[in-house]
Design a protein around this ligand. Structure first.
Ligand SMILES: *Cc1c(COP(=O)(O)O)cnc(C)c1O
Length: 465
């Protein structure tokens, strides 16, 4: 019984060495590996009646999937907003799996690491102590948590405890935004508010930032009602920022809760040159920050900061679980976020902060923005491309500038050409209703050579159109 587990355990040196050797080679080969590769449908292997251990699973995995593994963690993968993995974060992530601690136990070292990692984030971003941080799996769950607190706040303003009563006793909840990320819409669905109850406030001309006057007008037209606004620090298309100072000023005149999605844009706060974009953010009610993007930790990890600790506890507490103690008395992170059992995801954050320090992150942010600006200039000067918005931060949003009745089709063919060799990866989007392409720079590995390869790949894809 359990023989195969024990055999594996006896061969642990070989098991761990196998993955270590392979990992070293993979990370050394990143420059040569494709960052995107088409994968055919692969038949899923049946679970065997009797297994033959970790090394045979390894072999089977490599035989089946190995040739399709892509270097998403390389500096040439510029799709979505995808960070790499820094050596310190990788080391910590391995350790997290080795320790396999459930970070719920306040008496264990995991609780101390959790607190220390959050304290590092407070310092790194200069987030005031009035915000309490909680680690979650990603910005989607951070937005979910912030908006759950917003919903509780909205009920509280009307004398209803939504975490107990639900929302049905109140008139429909309306959430205001102009450019909320799709994950906020997902959160709104998960929270039972309903995506149809999002009201879009106009943006400023030529921007992806809210017209604060239009928002104020709307609030004035609906007096005596609490409102929730989802603000953006870094939109995915053009990394645009809402004017947080002006938004926060509205709170003095209106019953307004502001949730700030700063998933990647929050990292502007690390840089002396770009921190001003975040001015005013200390006045919002909750903040989302992603770890697996610009912090360059492996998936997955993010943080949510809120000022409404009591409301957050009301939503997320585990009442009546005797072994967890009284949530109001015994502090435990599991009573402030959606997950109960939790991986020790604080570890990669803590290691990264200690290993690279504040200067490391400000250099990383400045360097990535410099690449984005440089690439933006290349696009701007190129007759066959069109820069769709100024490069505010680290995202370049552009279009293929070739006359056509069907620009969507041209964009699609261009991207297919671009991705064939696996040299670079960019993602399609829509900007102002027109087809667009974006390149997002958030990886510490991205180099001048990667930029050259990117530009070369774009030229080649154009030629093949
Ligand atoms: C990536 C992103 C999200 C969603 O984050 P996940 O980490 O994928 O859950 C939310 N908001 C913004 C602005 C993002 O860039």
């Amino acid at each position: 019984m359990l023989e195969v587990f024990h055999q594996d355990s006896d061969r642990l040196d070989e098991v761990l060495q196998t993955v270590q050797e392979w990992s070293k080679q993979f990370l050394k080969d990143l420059e040569q590996l494709p960052v995107v590769k088409e994968v055919p449908g692969i038949d899923a292997a049946e679970i065997p009646r009797s297994g033959t251990g970790a090394l045979s699973a390894w072999n089977l995995f490599m035989e089946t999937y190995g040739e399709y593994i892509t270097a998403n963690t390389s500096g040439r993968y510029l799709g979505f907003v995808t960070g790499g993995n820094s050596p310190a974060a990788l080391m910590a992530d391995w350790l997290t799996s080795v320790l396999d601690m459930n970070a719920t136990d306040v008496l264990s070292v995991s609780f101390q690491v959790d607190r220390a990692a959050i304290a590092c984030l407070h310092r790194l971003f200069s987030i005031p102590p009035s915000f309490q941080g909680t680690l979650v799996t990603g910005a989607t769950m951070a937005n979910f948590t912030g908006l759950a607190v917003a919903r509780e706040w909205w009920g509280e303003q009307q004398g209803v405890v939504i975490s107990e009563e639900g929302t049905s006793v109140l008139p429909a909840f309306e959430i205001l935004t102009c450019q909320a990320h799709s994950s906020s819409y997902k959160a709104i669905s998960m929270l039972g508010i309903g995506r149809k109850h999002v009201r879009k406030i106009p943006v400023l001309p030529g921007r992806e930032a809210v017209d604060v006057n239009a928002l104020e007008q709307y609030l004035e037209q609906h007096p005596g009602r609490p409102h929730v606004f989802i603000a953006s620090a870094g939109t995915v298309n053009t990394a645009d920022f809402d004017d947080l100072v002006a938004l926060v000023a509205l709170k003095a005149r209106h019953q307004l809760y502001i949730h700030l999605d700063a998933a990647f844009g929050g990292f502007a706060a690390c840089s002396d040159s770009y921190a001003h974009l975040m001015n005013g953010w200390a006045g919002v009610d909750s903040i989302t920050i992603d770890g697996h993007k610009w912090m360059n930790i492996p998936y997955d990890g993010a943080a949510v900061f809120t000022k409404h600790r009591d409301l957050q506890l009301r939503v997320f507490q585990n009442p009546g679980a005797a072994y967890l103690g009284d949530p109001a008395v015994n502090f435990n992170f599991i009573n402030y976020g959606p997950e109960n059992s939790r991986r020790l995801r604080a570890l990669p954050i803590w290691f990264s902060c200690m290993a690279y320090g504040k200067d490391g992150f400000s250099d990383l942010v400045d360097q990535n923005i410099a690449w984005a600006k440089q690439f933006g200039q290349f696009i701007e000067r190129h007759p066959n491309f069109k820069l769709l918005a100024p490069v505010h931060l680290n995202v370049v949003c552009f279009a293929v500038n070739i006359p056509s009745d069907n620009p969507g089709e041209v964009t699609k063919r261009f991207l297919t050409n671009l991705h064939v060799g696996g040299e670079v990866f960019l993602t399609p989007s829509f900007y102002n209703g027109s087809p667009a392409i974006r390149a997002a720079f958030v990886n510490w590995r991205t180099s001048a050579k990667d930029l050259e390869r990117l530009q070369g790949a774009l030229e080649k894809a154009l030629e093949q159109l």
